[in-house]
Design a protein around this ligand. Structure first.
Ligand code: PMP
Length: 444
């Protein structure tokens, strides 16, 4: 529309000056210039329905959040070495949303930093233990230490594979009825560590397995694993970077669905509605173990503006009752997706918790064989219809839906109307052929 740099120039500058493996999403990358609620607008002024951005938790550019950040930036922005009533009050308000035991917070800048710090705290709490247990398919962040705890990356191209101190509990797959026994998985991981001459200091697990393919953990799974891990002296860490802050609908924190209280919880993405902020919330005894004489300092983590962003976001979640809304709209959308599942052979499973939903695309309902090419085809055809979706999971065949929480029934209807049309058009022959050829890297 004249005001914006033309598409090819933006793309050319990017290709020249931004690292090449900083990838773009969608075959034809989108040039967005504005966001509002659950909608994004490109440079041509076209509107897109955003069904995947769980960072813009209370909506893109929420006026109360942006105003609070702008005001703070215009007043004072400094670090945690000064007293600030905003940060103290935010730490209180944030920890108030947790079970009583989880009462101490550390502030960081991202989910990766939160998990990196959680690992350091666990190392202090379990001295001498150097091994770590994680879930299959997990992603916990991009730092050197945390990439090694992220099979989602280390198993893929450019990855260094599993390090000997890392032990993987296979991702439970309720749809295929595999690996559902948490106690068995935990015992095997612990035994593997012992056989390698080590002990596990930390167990990391997302409360809903997002990169693992939007997996809802089997009932009692975390309770069993936590019991085994704690008996071993390991610290139990819940990664709520994707699924926290009311998204799961019935609970504010997704770990509550499993009826456990973690030792440490890591937070990111939605916490500041897009402002770079993360947090690690711990039980006091872990904070005491970490206070071993070395100062914890983080230049931007918990800076005054970050505190304002976190507080404004939390207040909006509470005032606008987004948790209840996620439960209501999530149920509505899931029911509609299940109707599509009845109609279309290649929708194998629809699962979710609140507004954290996965649709598993398969060759046939009987075979349950993943169909990653079909999933990508659906994603790309939907973006051409201006509906943004993502595809994930160990076989890249799960369509992910995790929109800003302002998403309502009307947006769910819009998504379903577009998706039904795409599904009714059927899959192109070459997509079906590619999925017939496709074989999983690891057995299903
Ligand atoms: N944990 C989970 C579950 C994540 O999905 C991510 C990011 N995708 C991270 C941690 C890392 O967060 P960040 O990108 O903010 O460092």
């Amino acid at each position: 529309q004249g005001r914006h740099m033309d598409y090819d120039t933006v793309l050319a500058k990017r290709r020249q000056h931004i690292g090449p493996n900083t990838t773009l999403v969608y075959k034809r990358p989108l040039h967005m210039v504005r966001g509002e609620g659950c909608r994004l607008y490109d440079a041509d002024g076209s509107e897109y329905l955003d069904c995947v951005n769980n960072v813009a938790h209370v909506g893109h550019c929420h006026p109360k959040v942006t105003a609070a950040i702008a005001l703070q930036l215009a007043t004072l922005n400094t670090n945690v070495r000064y007293l600030h009533e905003g940060l103290s009050s935010y730490a209180e308000a944030l920890t108030d949303t947790f079970p009583e035991e989880l009462s101490v917070a550390y502030f960081v800048n991202s989910g990766s930093e939160a998990n990196d710090l959680a690992l350091r705290i666990a190392n202090c709490a379990a001295p001498g233990a150097t091994h770590v247990a994680i879930m299959g398919g997990a992603y916990h962040g991009h730092t050197k230490a945390i990439i090694d705890l992220s099979p989602y990356k280390y198993e893929g191209p450019g990855g260094e594979g599993r390090k000997p101190y890392v032990h993987v509990l296979p991702c439970p797959d309720p749809y295929r009825g595999r690996h559902l026994d948490g106690r068995k998985a935990a015992r095997e991981a612990i035994a593997e560590a012992h056989a390698a001459g080590g002990r596990i200091c930390a167990f990391f697990c997302e409360s809903v397995l997002s990169c693992g393919g939007q997996i809802i953990l089997p009932e009692g799974y975390l309770r069993e694993v936590y019991e085994e891990m704690r008996a071993e002296g390991a610290v139990c860490i819940a990664d709520e970077v994707q699924c926290g802050f009311g998204r799961a609908g019935d609970h504010f924190w997704a770990f509550e669905e499993q009826q456990v209280v973690p030792d440490i919880v890591t937070l990111g993405k939605p916490i500041g509605n897009g402002f770079p902020l993360g947090a690690v919330v711990v039980q006091p005894k872990f904070a005491a173990a970490f206070a071993n004489g070395m100062e914890y300092f983080n230049t931007y983590g918990g800076c005054t503006a970050a505190g304002a962003a976190g507080m404004a976001t939390l207040r909006v979640i509470q005032e606008e009752k987004f948790q209840a809304r996620a439960a209501r709209v999530g149920r509505y959308l899931t029911a509609k997706l299940k109707q599509l599942q009845q109609r279309f052979e290649f929708i194998g499973d629809v699962r979710g918790s609140g507004l954290m939903i996965g649709v598993e695309i398969v060759d046939t309902k009987a075979s349950k064989k993943p169909a990653p090419n079909a999933a990508t085809h659906i994603k790309e055809t939907m973006v051409a219809r201006h509906v943004l979706l993502a595809v994930d999971g160990p076989h890249a065949n799960v369509v992910k839906i995790k929109p800003p929480m302002v998403f309502a029934e009307a947006e769910a209807d819009h998504l379903i109307a577009e998706l039904s049309q795409v599904l009714e058009e059927g899959l192109p022959k070459e997509v079906i052929a590619a999925d017939e050829q496709w074989q999983p890297k690891t057995p299903l």
